[in-house]
Design a protein around this ligand. Sequence first.
Ligand code: UTP
Length: 271
Amino acid sequence: MNKITKCIFPSAGYGTRLLPITKTIPKEMLLVHTKPLIQYGVEEAIEAGCDIMGIITNKNKTVIEDYFDNNLDVENVIQNSSNKNILDDLNDIINNNQFIYTRQLEIKGLGNAIYCAKPLVGNEAFAVILSDDLCINKNNGVLSQMMEVYEKYPNHCIVAVEKIAPEKSNQYGIISGENIQDNLIRVNDMVEKPEEKDALSDLAIVGRYILTPDIFDILENMKKGKGGEIQITDALLELAKKGNVLAVNFDGKRFDCGKIDGLMEANKYFM
Ligand code: UTP
């Protein structure tokens, strides 16, 4: 089995729920405690063994590219100051990993954003992190927990799930399936953003995936789904029907930083 080394960060969405700031600042660059959201995601990917980060962007997201690059002017300014080590952690990330960018030309949904990573990923399994879902678990991050499952179940797609309040079903992809061990479910059905009455369970998919490359063939022909967008949930359902999708009910805490209350809560958590 090949080790997973590539992690894709779909980052092309408009972030309309966080307007007005997202009019000019990508949501991925919003601050949680001392770092932008996307850095938490990149650190989680590195901890899980990835060293190639593929970031799916659009024309308003160039500051993400600049962030994961040298800035010699700033380095010179801080060199002799008390802040001289403040960029060390970020520079370690930049120097020891590769960042590759591609643009999603039309914002057609998460499934389409992931499809944009096809030339970068090739014929390998890969990870996906939505950095607006900030996940915290000391010593064993959520993606690491999913990698452990993938090692036991190669050729399976893995999604992260958590229990949600039923009235929030219409904000998530909801799964159903059978438990195959503690906190591990073989998925047999999944629906994107159902009404509460149609929810299959109280288990919602959060922004972490391990995907096998056959997902690209499915995404290539995928029709628009809920909200007129190409949904990764619909593509995964095709693999779930073959028994090839597992859901990990992970250890850890998640903050939905795609909305203001989640972003504030995450900041409070770190204070
Ligand atoms: P969201 O729907 O949560 O993010 O997509 P959004 O569209 O940016 O935010 P709102 O709803 O307008 O406030 C989940 C993730 O998928 C990415 C987003 O950037 C986010 O990380 N995404 C979504 C894309 O990259 N492309 C898309 O076409 C849609």
